[in-house]
Design a protein around this ligand. Structure first.
Ligand code: SF4
Length: 224
């Protein structure tokens, strides 16, 4: 299985579809550099958005302030977070998609999930917890009735989603970008209620003690 997985990863890392034969819109304006991490033994899978410019430059997922925030959410230090034997990080697009006219990141390339996701996920048989980060991952992996009200509406239903799934368990998360700091301030139940459950799950999976949280006095507005 490891040989097969390594072959697949070599194919992913050599992929040039969006540069040489794009199926949707313009060709990628820069050389592709797929950024992901995975090993067949992984127990946690983060389905993220797409690498930003910094992760594109480093070749490693979440090497930016979003990474600091998501590691804090998960209660993992860098060593644990970047241990691909435990944690797979697979974007909806593996390559930095470029910027739009306002300087924001373009959406993940649709070619990527279409081409690679099912093949990679088929080689990760031990995933017990799947984190869906942001609208693209949620729209792809959750039923429409969970996602019709956008990311806020989806994450509000986190307990229903988390408790409904068997294996893997599924947890929706907002994107950890600094742009979402206001969202976090307005939805304090996210830190107070969702994160302790998430950290306890991850701590159990990786046999680590979950970190102690602050801001533990707020409740979600449910039922949803
Ligand atoms: S975004 Fe995905 S499909 Fe497109 S070139 Fe990169 S690896 Fe290939």
């Amino acid at each position: 299985m490891q040989d097969e997985f390594d072959r697949l990863m070599r194919c992913v890392r050599a992929c040039r579809i969006c540069r040489d034969a794009p199926r949707y819109g313009h060709a990628l304006a820069h050389e592709p550099r797929p950024v992901l991490q995975a090993q067949p033994s992984a127990r946690i899978c983060i389905i993220s958005q797409a690498p930003g410019a910094r992760a594109h430059a480093s070749g490693r997922p979440y090497t930016d302030p979003s990474g600091v925030r998501i590691r804090n959410w998960l209660g993992l230090d860098e060593e644990a977070f970047y241990d691909a034997r435990n944690v797979a990080i697979i974007g909806m697009g593996f390559c930095f998609p470029g910027n739009d006219a306002k300087g924001g990141d373009l959406p993940p390339r649709r070619e990527c999930a279409e081409t690679w996701h099912s093949r990679i996920l088929a080689q990760l048989p031990d995933i017990e917890l799947m984190l869906l980060v942001g609208q693209y991952a949620q729209r792809t992996h959750l039923d429409r009735h969970f996602t019709r009200d956008g990311v806020t509406g989806t994450v509000r239903q986190w307990r229903r989603i988390y408790e409904a799934a068997n294996t893997p368990r599924v947890m929706p998360l907002p994107h950890p970008s600094w742009r979402n700091s206001g969202w976090l301030d307005r939805h304090l139940w996210f830190e107070a209620e969702l994160l302790p459950v998430l950290r306890a799950d991850i701590g159990g999976l990786l046999r680590q003690e979950p970190l102690t949280l602050g801001r533990a006095t707020f409740r979600s507005p449910g039922p949803f």
